[in-house]
Design a binder for this molecule. Structure first.
Ligand SMILES: *Cc1c(COP(=O)(O)O)cnc(C)c1O
Length: 434
């Protein structure tokens, strides 16, 4: 499969190049040259396939001949080596729990797939690869964990000092091995700007093979289709009608993957783009008026994005036709009060504990189902409540026990390198020993 640059359709690259370069000229996103359809018999009989086989059928066209079938199966086996259960919350609503991976958030799926593809492609390359990534919290942990102990790859993560949660910080700093955490004395924007400067620096490029693991990378975006199929496989065991799917959205990679799977033939009644108060997309879907505005901080901080990078991919999927788009998706914005109230009510009424991001998706789906009483739906549960224990424990006034793996992690020592928010500090670190 080839991929073209959405900013310049003449730039066409293979999967390997799209993966290593992450983005094309003028920071354009890569997009698959064609939309490969699912075999209808496969979709109808998902329960007859193993999860790994479902993942393989989902991804094989996108990696084509560049990754041999047995290697791709191995990569998928390692990508989804944790459970992804669909649980019933009440008569109308289910949740797909995507947070049983090593960093307790759905980003593990994309990060694990990407790291393994990269290490396959670089196997015969003697030059060491440096994966450089800036994080405001969840991304860094998933990337660090995805690449941990991968031969020939060094990961350098920049995070803003004092602005990530304790659990998030330990997930970045306690791994050691080939993972280096740089604690930047500044903001997330400073971290991002340092990373951009590094990619533009010729001296660094002469010494290192530098790549990025940000969420727009095709190898993080595309494998997210897999878990929609795993949801459907479980859904079809008890439900006859197609589900309404509510996706907590920030950069819109997750939702965009679901829509891609849908256009390939995966049935779904409707999609809901569930956002917090950063409502640029819900506003656009209601009015066709795209009006970026300042990002506001909310309880669901991984969705505090006001200019979502993946939205151009969604527009491309629907041929930039607004009517087609709004036939499949609607958008809902949920504020912090409603988010907290949802966490409380769902716990009280059904004994299910939501964290803020999943609570936004729940509230949006609930609103939709109130007007569509004959329908049923599912939400994507994107993080484990313990990752946001401060907020959740305050809301339900109950202590959440730490999972064993996290308890062990919290006992480990933090190891980070503190740097000033200046490019020369980052450059010195990257070129150390050269
Ligand atoms: C990243 C993230 C999201 C948003 O996902 P996008 O693909 O960027 O829309 C939602 N919830 C959690 C917990 C996240 O970490």
């Amino acid at each position: 499969m080839n991929y073209y640059n959405l900013k310049d359709k003449k730039e066409v690259v293979d999967f390997r190049t799209a993966l290593i370069r992450s983005q094309g000229k003028e920071k354009g996103l890569f997009f698959p040259e064609r939309i490969p359809m699912f075999d209808p018999e496969f979709i109808k009989n998902l329960d007859q396939f193993t999860d790994v086989e479902i993942g393989f059928q989902c991804m094989k066209d996108f990696t084509g001949e560049e990754i041999p079938p047995d290697i791709l199966r191995q990569i998928i086996t390692e990508t989804i080596n944790f459970e992804i259960p669909l649980k019933k919350i009440n008569d109308q609503m289910y949740i797909l729990e995507l947070f049983h991976g090593p960093t307790l958030a759905f980003k593990d799926v994309g990060a694990r797939f990407m790291s393994r593809c990269l290490s396959y492609f670089l196997n015969n390359n003697n030059k060491k690869v440096t994966v450089l990534v800036a994080t405001s919290g969840d991304t860094g942990g998933a990337v660090a964990n995805g690449f941990l102990k991968t031969k020939g790859i060094e990961v350098v993560i920049l995070y803003p000092k004092n602005r990530v949660s304790d659990v998030q910080e330990k997930q970045l700093t306690a791994l050691g091995e080939n993972i280096y955490a740089l604690e930047v004395n500044g903001s997330f924007d400073d971290c991002q700007s340092l990373v951009k400067q590094a990619f533009a620096d010729e001296e660094i490029h002469a010494e290192l093979l530098l790549t990025s693991a940000n969420s727009i990378n095709v190898a993080r975006w595309l494998p997210q289709q897999i878990y929609y199929l795993l949801a459907l496989k479980q859904w079809q065991k008890t439900e006859a009608a197609d589900p309404v799917i509510s996706v907590p959205s920030g950069n819109f990679g997750n939702l965009c993957a679901g829509l891609l799977a849908h256009l390939r033939g995966m049935p779904a009644k409707h999609f809901i783009a569930a956002c917090n108060e950063n409502d640029v997309i819900p506003h656009y879907l209601k009015t066709q008026d795209f009006k970026p505005k300042e990002t506001v901080a909310t309880l669901s901080n991984a969705m505090d994005v006001s200019h979502p990078s993946n939205f151009v991919r969604i527009l491309e999927l629907f041929d930039h036709r607004f009517e087609n788009l709004t036939e499949s998706i609607s958008g809902t914005s949920v504020d912090d009060d409603k988010t907290l109230q949802t966490i409380q009510e769902v716990y009280k009424n059904y004994g299910y504990l939501l964290e803020p991001h999943s609570a936004v998706a729940y509230a949006a789906l609930e609103e939709y189902l109130t007007e569509n009483l004959d329908k049923k739906g599912l939400i994507l549960g994107t993080a484990h409540p313990v990752k946001f224990s401060g907020i959740v424990e305050r809301a339900v006034k109950t202590k959440i026990p730490l999972p064993d793996a996290l308890e062990n992690l919290m006992k480990k020592e933090k190891k980070s390198f503190e740097i000033a928010p200046e490019f020369k500090a980052l450059k010195k670190f990257l070129l150390r020993g050269k």
